[in-house]
Ligand binder design. Structure first.
Ligand SMILES: *Cc1c(COP(=O)(O)O)cnc(C)c1O
Length: 364
């Protein structure tokens, strides 16, 4: 049996430091907005090549507060990928704004810059690309379109910790970037967590107020904020795991390279990696024309897989009000019918990798 994901090896790699951090916070008597958070924020901003990081309760809040800090509200439109995880759209909706889907490049699965301008209207405020599966979107092209039309860029980095684009780290590529530290992400907490990174001090200041009831000084509320703080225990855990992130990412890259070499010449769509990106391989996603049968055969051989994602946001009941019928976004719809994510996690042994390759070769 090879599970789709096993988080224990990453814990074991830093076990004594994580355990010490847990006990240190417990004994400190201070559990929110303290030294652990400040230390992690400084480390994470530096890792992202940004000057500021604000720790938040989860990735959905990070997206929502980044949009609010950019001034997005009712009546505004935000351009989002048609094929993302629904949280990207929900963040826009939570601001009272409208997500405007744009189809991906079918080769990279990321927002297709050539399709963006047709979706821009006088109400468009923000372009919101997602670095899906850990592969950076074409940010130079996205930023050029934003500059031409006077729009802001927020990137959804929830799947892209330690990935880079043309040698620049993800987290430094947009006006503001939103992160998730959900346990299954490449940098994962032991619970929920999120953050924004930016080099715009005013935007960072707004996110910090919004995460704490719109307040900079206790009992002075300048904005209608929410409560969304990365707690001291999660910040302390993340600071330890951040020190291991380069090693863990290198392991993911070596597993992905072995998959790419071992799965050629099959009736299977493999990830396409342009030479200007260095993905962090949050997911290794293949495509199969008869995906559900392919997944069943792998399950029977003990290989855990998942589908990211089975239903595109515009076909979810939550977005029925947008009346976007089947066929509106054919590239996203075909992806959702055909994609399958293989097991890829730090700590997989050579034998695990070989077993997955052999099983895929037999089942494809
Ligand atoms: C995980 C994820 C989110 C949401 O993050 P949470 O911390 O789970 O709220 C948003 N966008 C993408 C692309 C994600 O993968």
């Amino acid at each position: 049996m090879i599970p789709f994901l096993n988080l224990l090896p990453t814990y074991e790699a830093s076990r004594s430091a994580i355990d010490a951090a847990l006990l240190r916070v417990a004994a400190s008597g201070w559990y929110l907005l303290g030294d652990e958070l400040r230390a992690f924020e400084a480390d994470y901003a530096a890792a992202c090549g940004a000057s500021h990081c604000a720790g938040l309760a989860n990735g959905l809040d990070a997206l929502q507060l980044a949009l609010k800090a950019l001034g997005v509200g009712p009546g505004d439109e935000v351009i989002v990928p048609s094929n993302t995880y629904i949280a990207t759209w929900l963040a826009v909706s939570l601001c009272g704004a409208t997500p405007v889907p744009v189809e991906p490049d079918p080769a990279t699965y990321n927002l297709d810059p050539a399709r963006i301008e047709a979706a821009i209207t006088p109400r468009t405020r923000v372009l919101l690309p997602v670095h899906l599966y850990g592969q950076p979107a074409d940010m130079d092209a996205v930023n050029a379109i934003a500059a031409k039309h006077g729009l802001a860029v927020l990137d959804d980095c929830a799947q892209a910790h330690a990935a880079s684009y043309k040698g620049r780290p993800v987290g430094s590529l947009a006006r503001i970037s939103a992160w998730s530290f959900y346990p299954g992400k490449n940098l994962g907490a032991m619970g929920d967590g999120g953050a924004t990174t930016t080099s715009d001090a005013a935007l960072d200041d707004r996110v910090r107020m919004l995460r704490n009831y719109g307040s900079r000084v206790k009992y002075q509320n300048e904005l209608k904020g929410i409560n969304s703080r990365l707690d001291e225990i999660q910040a302390a855990i993340l600071a330890v795991k951040l020190r291991d992130l380069k090693r863990a990412t290198a392991e993911r890259r070596s597993i992905a390279a072995r998959f790419l070499a071992g799965l050629r010449d099959l009736p299977l769509g493999l990830p396409h990696v342009p030479d200007w990106v260095n993905p962090c391989w949050h997911l290794f996603v293949v495509r199969h024309a008869d995906r559900d049968a392919f997944q069943r055969r792998l399950t029977e051989r003990g290989i855990g897989t998942l589908i990211h994602y089975p239903v595109p946001p515009h076909r979810q009941p939550a977005y029925a009000d947008m009346r976007l019928a089947e066929g509106t976004f054919p590239i996203a719809e075909a992806m959702h019918r055909e994609v399958l994510s293989l097991p890829l996690w730090p700590g997989m042994t050579n034998a695990h990798v070989e077993t997955v390759i052999d099983a895929v070769r037999a089942c494809a």
